[in-house]
Design a protein around this ligand. Structure first.
Ligand SMILES: Nc1ncnc2c1ncn2[C@@H]1O[C@H](COP(=O)(O)OP(=O)(O)OP(=O)(O)O)[C@@H](O)[C@H]1O
Length: 246
């Protein structure tokens, strides 16, 4: 069984190098959190995986598909959920999900079932027939998440999915992601909420200055630091060591 995601030697520069030779392998069904300081390159890595940015060099494989050579086949297997939700103002959540499912050519009955399931899970049922134009950012984030999941992707990539959500909405989103991993779906997400990474992720990767400076389970990261402490302490310690090494 090929890895859900395998990155090798991934690099990207803008006016300076931003992603500097990242190798990363995530197994099918894993929940992986990508942590790192602001500007570390996390979003840039994920945007390359999602096919929104072209790497300068390196390889991206999604369930064994070369995502650079066959981006359409790779995109069929994954969902990209950005931290800036893009939803059509003039559609209702149900219409939006129907539209997205149509783009993916999901069989209509199945699409409708999945759409209703996602809308229920995310607490959007009371607004399912209201125009998205009047929604708050948190509601739009949930509609965008539902839209990303309507074609039943096997790999879900989320950039800061919980930012700006109230406690109830954050719980709904976390429950959906948990439900998906229980069903064998792979999740990779960036977050600055260390408690979320600590509670939800099976493995954590730390990016600093464009490099993967550490990864492992929380216990493995703790062992690297050599003392029993919080993820926050581990994170700060690893990042400080990473910048010293660079
Ligand atoms: N399109 C772009 N053009 C020029 N520079 C960019 C572009 N996109 C990102 N950068 C730069 O690349 C660096 C890494 O950005 P990136 O968004 O990947 O970081 P991040 O780890 O996701 O940060 P944050 O936690 O703040 O979201 C930053 O210095 C950013 O300004």
């Amino acid at each position: 069984m090929p890895a859900a995601l395998a990155l090798s030697g991934l690099t990207k520069s803008f006016d300076r190098p931003v992603v500097r030779g990242v190798d990363l392998t995530i197994a099918g069904g894993e929940f992986y959190a990508l942590l790192g300081p602001n500007g570390a390159g996390k979003t840039t890595i994920l945007r390359m995986v999602a096919g929104l940015l072209k790497p300068d060099s390196g390889a991206i494989s999604i369930f064994g598909i070369d995502a650079l050579a066959d981006p359409v086949a790779a995109k069929r297997l994954m969902a990209w959920v950005s931290d800036e939700p893009m939803v059509y103002d003039r559609l209702t959540p149900l219409e939006y999900l129907d539209f997205v499912a149509g783009l993916w050519q999901v069989e209509p009955d199945r699409a409708r079932r999945t759409a209703h399931e996602l809308i229920d899970w995310l607490g959007l049922a009371p607004y399912a027939n209201d125009l998205c134009g009047g929604f708050s950012k948190g509601m739009l984030q949930k509609v965008a998440l539902a839209g990303a999941l309507v074609h039943d992707p096997r790999l879900i990539i989320l950039d800061e999915p919980l930012t700006g959500l109230d406690a109830g909405s954050a719980r709904q989103v976390k429950d959906v992601l948990r439900h998906k991993t229980e069903a064998g779906v792979t999740v990779i997400m960036t977050t600055h909420i260390l408690e979320v990474a600590e509670r939800m992720a099976e493995r954590i990767g730390v990016i600093a200055e464009g490099r993967l400076i550490a990864e492992g389970t929380l216990a493995e990261l703790r062992a690297r630091i050599g003392r029993e402490t919080t993820l926050e302490e581990i994170f700060l310690d690893l990042v400080a060591r990473g910048s010293q090494a660079a």
